[in-house]
Design a protein around this ligand. Structure first.
Ligand SMILES: C[S@@+](CC[C@H](N)C(=O)[O-])C[C@H]1O[C@@H](n2cnc3c(N)ncnc32)[C@H](O)[C@@H]1O
Length: 373
């Protein structure tokens, strides 16, 4: 048997070569192989949940295998792309819509007036994006509409004069690019993907909801799932609202917030946790806030998993201003405290932490943990 390449499991890169899996590039995502490994080793029937579903890789693998699944995320673009990637489509309808769009040429339209948008797009580019967005909003068939909106979001990423770097957007210089051509190409490629994979996916459509995973125990059915596959936000790592500001602003009408990560958003209101958090009192407040949220989440997860249910969790340590901070062993402690036993802790790779982008502070681990209820 081939040895598992855990290093690749925790990265999105392998998904970029797979039709549909690659419809929205998510740097923070894991690969299809991780989910398949989880199913092969820890699944024996029942429903699967991904409480931090990102762009829906867990859900898509489940659809491929004919397994019922549910995913949630707080980020609108993540929920949206998960949904679009996991729906059943009438390809004929999509082709008709594509032909209809081809006949339309962008006209002058009222654009949003935010100053920062003017730095990101040439005026004509922003106009054409807004034109197509408005055109698509008139489409009554939700599946058709959302499908093309995702294609337009993909085109937006290409024509925008910014690049996602680490936890923020960085300006880059780019020539003016034709929105119409790129949008139509993306949509045509997505339709081709559906044709290419016809018959590979079951007709099971996963449920995808926009919810806070910390409250999972309150709104999901108790003992309703036999396996959870997920990767929570990493400590002090990505401010999702900032990295996906463009998509959120243009397509979901959500403003950027100051929240660093949806987990650990209230660093000053830390409630100490008996036996687990006291040891980390000396660490930054953000660590305590983060771990507090992870603890709440594990409490909820325990409720929604069946007896003997398993959880496959990918998590990485964080780079604090003065040092790297590993969390896998603390996750083990928190999981145990909530009633789980730990089946595996696999170090998948390490990542270098820098201070001021240049000084090396050391490395943090990224691990695959497996728990059992
Ligand atoms: C590491 S990413 C997971 C990526 C996903 N495994 C994939 O492959 O696409 C963490 C995700 O958690 C989401 N998130 C952050 N806080 C959350 C919360 N409180 N509840 C649910 N989702 C949350 C983020 O928006 C992000 O999509």
């Amino acid at each position: 048997m081939q040895k598992e390449d855990f290093k690749r499991f925790v990265r999105f890169e392998d998904n970029t070569k797979l039709p549909i899996y690659n419809w929205f590039y998510y740097k923070e995502g894991f690969s299809k192989n991780l989910v398949e490994w989880g199913l092969k080793n820890f699944y024996s029937g029942g429903r699967v949940v991904d409480p931090f579903c990102g762009v829906g890789t867990t859900l898509l693998v489940c659809k491929e295998r004919g397994i019922d699944s549910l995913g949630m995320d707080v980020l609108p673009i993540a929920v949206f792309s998960s949904r679009v990637k996991t729906r059943n489509y009438n390809i004929g309808k999509l082709k008709n819509k594509l032909e209809e769009i081809k006949k339309t040429k962008p006209e002058e339209i009222k654009k949003p007036r935010a100053d920062w948008l003017r730095k990101v797009f040439y005026s004509r580019t922003l106009n054409d994006l807004c034109f197509y967005k408005k055109l698509l909003e008139e489409e009554k068939d939700e599946k058709v509409r959302d499908f093309f909106i995702l294609a337009l979001i993909k085109a937006t990423g290409i024509v925008a004069r910014v690049k996602k770097v680490g936890g923020s957007l960085r300006r880059v210089s780019k020539p003016k690019m034709p929105v119409r051509k790129i949008f139509l190409q993306k949509a045509a490629k997505m339709i081709k993907d559906l044709e290419k994979t016809r018959g590979n996916f079951s007709s099971k459509e996963p449920t995808t909801i926009q919810k806070d995973a910390r409250k999972i125990g309150e709104f999901l059915e108790k003992e309703g799932f036999s396996l959870a596959v997920f990767s929570p936000p990493y400590l002090n790592k990505i401010e999702y609202t900032k990295v996906y500001k463009l998509e959120n602003f243009l397509f979901f009408g959500k403003q950027e917030t100051k929240i660093r990560s949806y987990l650990g958003e209230e660093p000053r209101q830390v409630v100490e946790l008996e036996g687990v958090l006291e040891k980390y009192n000396k660490e930054a407040e953000i660590v305590k806030a983060y771990l507090k949220d992870i603890n709440i989440f594990f409490g909820g997860l325990y409720k929604v998993l069946e007896k003997k249910g398993k959880a496959v969790c990918v998590v990485g340590g964080g780079c604090l201003p003065n040092k790297p901070f590993n969390v896998d062993c603390i996750f083990e402690e928190i999981a145990r405290k909530n009633g789980f036993s730990v089946l595996k802790n696999i170090a998948a790779r390490t990542i270098l932490c820098h201070r001021d982008r240049t000084r090396k502070l050391g490395r943090v681990r990224e691990n695959i943990l497996v728990f059992e209820k």
